[in-house]
Design a protein around this ligand. Structure first.
Ligand code: ZN
Length: 136
């Protein structure tokens, strides 16, 4: 082991959520024990007036699969490919406004409500009850 290795240790958590995995780019399940370590980088990643501490996490799927370095390399390549894809979109997207999106959402819910009122039961129940007038 060299001085720049990071010890990943098993740590209990009482906050059950899906935590980001730095190895595969995915997430943990809602597990009570995490595999985490600390990475110290010079402040501002340059001339080292101090250090910032970053948590490095390895999900249980990566622990099970092993080959951590190969998975890290694959994740780094995916991030680079995603960056290229994202940059290729710059200047090319014509998007609806937020107000247009919001109006479409309101129209969606209004149509559902109208359908419910007309049928007096949820559309899904009409399917279950073999109502052939359901348009889907
Ligand atoms: Zn992982």
């Amino acid at each position: 082991m060299t001085d720049d290795t990071i010890d990943i240790k098993l740590t209990e958590t009482n906050f059950l959520t899906r935590w980001h995995c730095h190895v595969c780019g995915g997430h943990t399940e809602k597990v009570p024990v995490l595999a985490e370590g600390e990475l110290l980088l010079p402040t501002g990643h340059s001339h080292g007036e101090g250090y910032d501490c970053y948590t490095v996490r390895v999900c249980e799927q990566c622990l099970q699969a092993g080959e951590i370095d190969a998975r890290l390399e694959r994740t780094a390549r995916q991030i680079e490919a995603n960056a290229d894809f994202t940059r290729a979109l710059i200047g090319k997207l014509r998007v609806p406004s937020y107000a247009e999106w919001n109006a479409a959402v309101e129209a969606h819910w209004a149509a559902i409500e109208r359908e419910y009122r007309e049928s007096e039961q949820l559309p899904v129940l009409r399917v279950v009850n073999h109502d052939d007038s359901v348009p889907f």
